[in-house]
Ligand binder design. Structure first.
Ligand code: NDP
Length: 487
């Protein structure tokens, strides 16, 4: 498929960037250029802000019910275009179509539907005083900026738009440069659904545009999904105008499997937590702590199932492992695998790039499992963001909690056990914002998601997200005279 030059989307329509510059977006499975994408200039960014402010005036004055109605039309359109959007996402990300056609667009649509439903419920409170009363108004922030990562492009764009727009804000969205295409389709869908012009704008460009958004005096909030390193820069820039921030950042999460766990379920979870989307998932449970007594049986079952995983053309519905996002990212993953070997971990399976047949020009890496890992190895400490699982063993509960928490990250954690008391006791001790008992990486929209420690600030999804996209105004209403000591 060859697509035309990708323009910017500002004020409800496509416009040319004024920079005259473009960049390529590449299919990770073939190395081919999908299309060229225009780079926004500072002037384009300023124009997007003007447009978003105009859109905000119209949108924020609509009732929650009216906003919800338009958002729900967008949900229906998203679902009706599921297949074409999923195919475009596969082209841009390299992830398997068997994932994209049932998860990426669906999860985005679910989130918009959920927040469309919450929109009419957004309200303040009433407080009674003597001869006076007070009330609060929960008001939108204004223009919000969303900056997305490349692993779940349309899902991230939908999630940020859902929260922002349901509260009455407008949004300027900057997708990751490696995967910009589906965000523009979302913008088209919003316009088709009746969203007023300027309420959702998409601009593309490198980190300079992201920086421009973080520094812009007329943007009230930045919501970033990206690495912890980028989060620190964005937050520092956002501080110059005291913007609200939500940071969804990196992780190196523990998955703890006790000896009484259902081993087959624990193996399923460990595979999903490391190999789904080629391991390019922020919440992945990449430090798999297995109780020593079940290590051998766990590894035997895991190995047998991992060996059967199908690596291949992401557009083939049978493919379970697609291509990593870029050649440089693939090389970084392969470098981590070398570091693991050098550090003395045992390579149980995988570890190689695959280049046979039509995989030759893509960034394909086998699902990789290391055993005999120790806590100080780089493969155990650092976020690899590829299909690399590190297995560690433990013998008692206190020890595994301490080791699981020994990380600057705190995004997610999982515990497998049949002991209900232990499950809740361990979860309570884990320093992570998103946890699972007897499952992994399940993220229903109804539950907030976000990180502890250096994995993030704020929460997305669930009713609490409304607090991160609104501000409270307190109003005191006098019903009597002004009590004044001055004659
Ligand atoms: P990056 O941090 O490299 O990029 C994220 C976004 O930030 C991109 O749009 C990027 O633009 C932009 N950006 C980069 N530098 C700046 C800057 N100085 N100012 C403003 N914006 C900037 O992350 P990746 O895209 O590589 O995504 C992978 C990371 O995202 C992993 O660490 C992963 O854990 C995390 N992530 C977290 C999730 C969560 O919910 N917690 C979910 C998904 C991923 P450009 O692309 O143009 O460089």
């Amino acid at each position: 498929m060859s697509l035309p030059l990708q323009q910017l989307y500002i004020g409800g329509r496509y416009v040319n960037a004024t920079s005259g510059e473009t960049f390529d977006t590449i299919n990770p499975a073939t190395g081919e250029v999908i299309c060229q994408v225009q780079k926004a200039s500072q002037a384009d960014l300023d124009q997007a802000v003007i447009s978003a402010r105009q859109g905000f005036k119209v949108w924020s004055r609509m009732t929650g019910t009216e906003r919800g109605r338009i958002l729900n039309k967008a949900v229906a359109l998203l679902r009706s275009k599921n297949q074409e959007l999923a195919e475009l996402e596969v082209l841009d990300t390299g992830k398997p179509i068997q994932e994209a056609d049932c998860v990426d667009v669906a999860s985005g649509a679910d989130c918009i539907e959920y927040f469309a439903g919450l929109a009419p419920t957004i309200s303040g409170s009433h407080v009674q005083f003597n001869n006076a009363f007070g009330y609060t108004r929960r008001e939108p922030l204004g223009v919000c900026a969303g900056i997305g990562a490349w692993n779940y492009p349309i899902q991230i764009a939908c999630w940020k738009a859902a929260m922002s727009l349901s509260c009455g804000n407008s949004m300027i969205y900057k997708p990751a440069s490696m995967t910009p295409l589906t965000s523009f389709k979302l913008a088209e869908i919003f316009t088709e659904a009746g969203l007023p012009d300027g309420v959702f704008n998409v601009i593309t460009g490198d980190s300079k545009i992201g920086q421009g958004l973080s520094l812009h005096p007329c943007i009230e909030k930045i919501s970033l999904t990206g690495s912890t390193a980028t989060g620190k820069i964005v937050m520092a820039n956002a501080a110059s105008t005291l913007k609200h921030v939500t940071m969804e950042l990196g992780g190196k999460s523990p998955l703890i499997i006790f000896e009484d766990a259902s081993i087959d379920n624990a193996v399923s979870a460990a595979m999903l937590a490391n190999f789904y989307t080629q391991g390019e998932i922020c919440t992945n449970g990449t430090r798999v702590f297995v109780e020593e007594s079940i290590h051998d049986i766990f590894v035997e079952k895991l190995l047998a199932r991992t060996k059967k995983m199908i690596i291949g053309d992401p557009m083939d519905p049978k493919t379970q492992v697609g291509a990593l996002i870029s050649e440089s990212h693939m090389n970084s993953v392969l470098d981590y695998i070398e570091q693991g070997k050098k550090a003395g971990a045992t390579l149980l399976c995988g570890g190689q790039r695959r280049t046979e047949g039509n995989l030759a020009k893509g960034n394909f890496v086998e699902p990789t499992i290391f055993t005999n890992c120790s806590d100080d190895m780089s493969i155990v400490q650092e976020e690899i963001f590829g299909p690399v699982m590190s297995i560690l063993t433990f013998t008692d509960e206190e020890e595994v909690i301490r080791r699981a928490n020994d990380s600057d990250y705190g995004l997610a954690a999982g515990v497998f056990t049949q002991n209900i008391n232990r499950a809740h006791r361990v979860i309570a001790e884990l320093e992570a914002g998103t946890c699972w008992i007897n499952n992994y990486n399940i993220t229903p929209i109804e539950l907030p998601i976000g990180g502890y420690k250096q994995s993030g600030i704020g929460r997305e999804n669930g009713p609490t997200a409304i607090e991160h996209y609104t501000q409270l105004k307190s109003v005191y209403v006098e019903l009597g005279d002004v009590d004044c000591p001055y004659e």
